[in-house]
Design a protein around this ligand. Sequence first.
Ligand code: MG
Length: 315
Amino acid sequence: MLSFATDESRRLPVRIIEVSPRDGLQHEALFVPTARKIDLINALSRSGVTEIEAGSFISPAAVPQLADSDEVFRAIDRVPGVTYSALVPNERGLERARAAAVQKIAVFTAASDSFTRHNIKATVRESLVRFTPVIQGAKRDGMLVRGYISTAVWCPYEGRMAPQITLDVMRRLLDLGVDDISLGDTLGRASPADMRALLDAVMPHIEPVRLSLHVHDTYGMAVANVLTAWEGYGITAFDCSAGGLGGCPYAPGASGNAATEDVVFALKASGAPIAVDEELIVDCARRLSALTGHPPHSRLSQVPPSHIRQPVLKV
Ligand code: MG
């Protein structure tokens, strides 16, 4: 294991990218009413998270659950200091995002060709060609762009991905002008050892503040991976979802995203400066549970409320 974290990196505020309104709700069978989505995002906005993935401008025929993203973006309270982002697959989606005054878009590819073929019907190379005008158009309009790399560690079709392959995709996205990269353990299969092998390979090629980790908890290793990345590599941004809502339809068996409240609790308990109120996140997880009809996946939602809260830090 190489050493990337320093005392200084461990003093940097940790940022949470809350993905439940998009990554979470997209995988639910039912359509959550627009007003409930707006309430959820407004509640998340007050929890201390830095960024909220609030919707998606993918064709409503492909993802009907998020067909109302235009309306959602127009109605939410935009809290200063919080960035509201959306998934954008093509130029038509970018037009919709622009009309809804979206500040940051996300384009999505993967390390594995087999996965991108199933997910977006393109090879990785084709996906990058497709995204090029989207990224250029967004940058021209002053939007920030995030690049998702799914199957960064394991692929449901190809097995373990060599770190070099993920690094190659990351470098190509950075060359296209993407501002930050989210590395996804889509399958939730990565161990801390896998994560170290990946981060050893990618960290020399990106500033740590531009990198986020998007882990899933299928095998119960999500929080361990977050702590490995923060403590050992100076990574300070994590994608997670209140109540662990989410999954991946193309990754058989993949359970939810890392639960925001569990990630926040573990980081805070480890001394990370993080200004998120985990009790407010548990409230949001319960709100989501009432909407979706299934209980939160998180550990913290099972702890008696009076035992949850640690000090909310000002960072
Ligand atoms: Mg996810």
